[in-house]
Design a protein around this ligand. Sequence first.
Ligand code: W6P
Length: 384
Amino acid sequence: ELLESEMVHFARALRPHPMTLQQILHLTDPTALRTFLLEELPIRYARRVQLVESLPNWKSYPSMRMIRSLYADAFRRLRALTQDDKDSFRSTLQDIKRRNANMLFHVVKGARAVRTNKSFTDEQVNRFLDEFLTARIGTDILSSQYLSITRPDSPTSIINPECDPVAVVRAAANDAATLCRHHYGWSPPIDIVDVGQVRFPFISQYLNYIMFELLKNSLRAVVERYGSRQVAEAYPIRVVICGDDDTVVLRVSDCGGGIPLDDMDQVWSYMFTTARPACEEVAAANACSEPEDEDSDDDGVAPLAGFGCGLPLSRNYACYVGGWLELNSIPEFGTDAYLYLNRSGNGQEALRTDVDALPMRGSLLNGSYNGSSCDSSGILLATE
Ligand code: W6P
């Protein structure tokens, strides 16, 4: 019907416009941003529909059907609006956000179901998720930017122009230590080494999510290796925050015994989780939690760390604007996590802008698209 053909047209004939954090930060005029988003969001949602449809046999997976219909619906609702539907534009964005709140859960669950079909490898499914979730961060940020700058009380950008990594790390360290005490009754020390006053444009919630994830893993490793506060006192987790004009680097080092080198691939896979509480649904939901908005409420206490989706998701957030996350293990000694972020805010969204090479047909199958490889500037290889 009409919607279907319009959606195909948007996905094939139009291209998303990859943005930088600097550009998004400066999109502060509601009318201009609304005009841009009325075209940009439908393009991006239509491509998401196509991405799901690129999975062979997608219709046989209930999660995939649901995801497809959520995006087709978002596309339809936005296309029904006109330039001057100012209030309904805002409420439509809020509504789409609300309806898509569990998207991460659905897509990881769907991808794991797809993986049970032996014709796909973990690598292919991980690449599908990397591309899908990167695209999702983009629409999420753009929508959040509009909602933030049109907030009646205190209109601000979703991007903090003066993000203070030390403050973010302190908050994440406090939260991780609280969770650690909850599970183990004590928490190892965390030393934060602040070398120079770094301020850079970033989304504080994303940095918080990544650092919280890394610190949880380090805390668990140290607790399980040393067993007591007294012994662990000699092996503090160290966080170094520094960098030059171009790059902010955050390194988290622990002496928690490291990761066996044979397990290094699993750490980055969305297909694995070592935390398996009795209820699978709860496990998956916890394993795939996202940076929280102030208005979301979450009852269950998260497991401290299991290789849920936290690490692949963290790397996905880092890569989104040209950053990188790396883990180096010294087996039987400890682990270093390096997070590199673009300090200028001029890194472009790592979006795929071509149409022909959808991940499950074409490049994903022959391996030329590697969502987990960045070149030195952090842009995904072979996507542009
Ligand atoms: C570990 C395992 C791990 C994962 C991510 C970050 C730090 C650590 N430490 O032992």
